[in-house]
Design a protein around this ligand. Structure first.
Ligand code: 5GP
Ligand code: MN
Length: 361
């Protein structure tokens, strides 16, 4: 009886400790140390359409594991935006879509696979089959809700600002932050910067700022990184933003604003991957708006890609999961619709009616 309750208390304590401090448990740390004590062939995988956090965490881990003497390769499911193509080591990344045989061979030969910044193997698109076939052990580092259980070691913490902050912690758990050089620090800084909306989202903690300060001390040039990420607009991107803003529909009774962009509009302004990044956030800058979306037509894939953002307790993760085959975080999520833009918007308007009391109590 006493033993049972002690075990229960210990379990509760360890769950609480895990939740509050987001630590990996010590058995997992020991497992990782033991695996990494032997030279490994490592593949590091971000999610499809990788963003700054996905690329930053993969490239930082790449640098760290190379320094430790492993054979390492980042394999991205597909291409990533131009505004990330200055990041240290980004020119070593293999693109699964474009360099398929090489990417498959890397995955087949890997003895260890890290999956970063996603919670489910379906998030890598076409690459999923290759990952399902391998016999390598997986290590997952991620901050999205509802993590799958495919990995030997799962370091999941939904309270974290970014996977990059978690990779910093991961290196810290291994007691090896002394190996973080300026290039690793630059990659980690970039992912934290982009995933926190320049350090302003709710998940940005005092610890996030302490990690960022540490990264600057280790050589991340914060001013240059901000310029590289944000100050490389093309005139056509700004024109596209103009179109997006004039397409915005504001629904004050639902505290909601949404934007649509058709494929024709994208084509007219010479759309390149990454050009619509951040557009969705403009809705939230309107006073009183707590739910913002952007619907972007992708004719090639035959889908409408949806990005959802909120402030406060309204969970866009649940909304995207329930209605648009997606997910993400409480305040930032993505999803898709397989019908036309008009039908998607009609469906959305119908769904919204059922959320009126949640959005505008
Ligand atoms: P974004 O709107 O910038 O594409 O994504 C916002 C957040 O939602 C990111 O954390 C991203 O990983 C997640 N996300 C985007 N699209 C999807 C999706 O289709 N499924 C799931 N589960 N998460 C998504
Ligand atoms: Mn992330």
């Amino acid at each position: 009886m006493i033993i049972a309750s002690k075990i229960r208390i210990n379990r509760v304590t360890s769950i609480l400790y895990y939740c509050i401090f987001g630590r990996m448990n010590s058995a997992d740390i020991t497992t990782v140390k033991s695996i990494l004590s032997q030279p490994q062939k490592i593949a590091i995988i971000p999610h499809r359409n990788p963003d700054g956090d996905a690329m930053g965490s993969c490239l930082a881990l790449y640098g760290f594991l190379k320094t430790k003497g492993h054979t390492v390769q980042v394999v991205a499911p597909n291409d990533y935006p131009k505004f990330l193509k200055w990041m240290p080591w980004n020119n070593t990344v293999i693109n699964f879509e474009r360099e398929n045989p090489k990417a498959k061979a890397t995955i087949n030969e890997a003895t260890l696979i890290f999956t970063l910044d996603f919670n489910d193997l379906s998030r890598v698109g076409q690459m999923e089959a290759a990952l399902q076939e391998t016999t390598a052990d997986f290590i997952m580092i991620d901050h999205h809700q509802q993590p799958g259980d495919y990995a030997k070691v799962t370091y999941s913490d939904v309270t974290m600002s970014s996977t990059c902050e978690m990779v910093y912690n991961f290196i810290d758990f291994l007691e090896e932050t002394s190996l973080i050089d300026a290039d690793i620090a630059t990659n980690l800084y970039t992912g934290i910067l982009t995933d926190t909306g320049s350090f302003k989202y709710r998940s940005t903690s005092s610890k996030t700022h302490r990690v960022v300060a540490e990264l600057i001390d280790k050589g991340a040039n914060n001013m240059e990184i901000h310029q590289n990420v944000f100050d490389t607009n093309s005139p056509s991107r700004l024109h596209l933003l103009g179109v997006a803003l004039s397409n915005m529909v504001i629904l004050p009774e639902y505290k909601t604003a949404y934007i649509t962009l058709s494929q024709d509009e994208l084509d007219q302004y010479d759309f390149k991957k990454g050009d619509t990044e951040g557009f969705v956030n403009y809705g939230l800058t309107l006073e009183g708006i707590i739910f913002a979306l952007i619907f972007i037509e992708n004719r090639e894939e035959g889908i409408i890609k949806i990005s959802l953002r909120s402030v406060g307790d309204f969970s866009v993760n649940e909304f995207a999961r329930e209605h648009f085959n997606g997910g993400g975080h409480t305040n930032a999520a993505g999803g898709r619709s397989e019908v036309s833009m008009d039908k998607t918007i009609s469906k959305f308007n119908e769904i919204l009616k059922t959320y009126k009391s949640k959005l505008n109590p």
